[in-house]
Design a protein around this ligand. Structure first.
Ligand SMILES: [Zn+2]
Length: 230
């Protein structure tokens, strides 16, 4: 029986060596539901587990998109000088369980740090790590939600999410929802307000509706919390 996976050949942009990695066939991807922060649940294999490619030779790890870009010499040197000497060559090219997926994403986060990558990319990695810990029902989820909030706030205030306005609305919504989940209700309300007043929101009807629902929830929770304190 097919497990819905296929193998992809990759050339590492850092060390130029070849390796293979698995991906889930599009036809095998079945989302059964999503949480309010878009965390997806799959009927079969989880494609997010394979979203980070790891070079077994030099230890470079990044989201799939990061592997298609030729790296400047200084980035190559940074990885080869800081990551590779500590790298115990091992392959992530087989079928991954959740713990291997977590390792792969943490490696990618480490490489982002070394290369000073954009906060929006680091936030994306942290959000997926938070989801993985949610699948496992582990309290690490909370830590990674906090990391995601910090990276997305930095991305929004510092980098501007340039050229991609759709993404900006999604990041604003996520900042509202993740702060709500972190029980930072007044911050959550501020971010939902920003989401709903963003000019792009009219083109994102499903986000607008979700933002209104979650904004009301955050308001209720905020009032309840205040009443308890008084
Ligand atoms: Zn490599």
């Amino acid at each position: 029986m097919s497990d819905g996976l296929y193998e992809k050949n990759i050339i590492c942009p850092i060390c130029n060596n070849k390796f293979t990695t698995k991906k889930v066939k599009t036809s095998a991807i079945r989302v059964s539901k999503r949480d309010t922060d878009f965390c997806p649940y799959y009927e079969g294999e989880n494609p997010l587990f394979y979203g980070v490619f790891v070079c077994e030779h030099c230890g470079y790890a990044a989201l799939e998109g990061g592997f298609s870009i030729t790296k400047p010499e200084e980035n190559k040197e940074k990885i080869l000088n800081t990551i590779s000497p500590k790298w115990n060559p091992r392959s992530y090219g087989g079928r991954r369980d959740i713990d291997e997926a977590i390792e792969a994403y943490k490696l990618a986060l480490l490489c982002c740090d070394v290369l000073n990558e954009k906060s929006s990319i680091q936030g994306k990695l942290c959000l997926r790590l938070a989801w993985f810990y949610r699948y496992k029902n582990e309290k690490e989820e909370k830590k990674f939600i906090d990391f995601t909030i910090n990276f997305f706030e930095k991305a929004y205030t510092g980098e501007r999410i340039s050229g991609n306005e759709d993404e900006e609305v999604i990041v604003l919504y996520l900042l509202g929802e993740l702060n709500r989940r972190a029980e930072k209700f007044s911050k959550s309300i501020i971010w939902f307000d920003k989401t709903l007043s963003n000019p792009q929101i009219k083109r994102k009807r499903h986000i607008e509706l979700k933002a209104r629902d979650q904004w009301s929830l955050a308001r209720e929770e905020y009032k309840k919390r205040k009443a308890e304190v008084v």
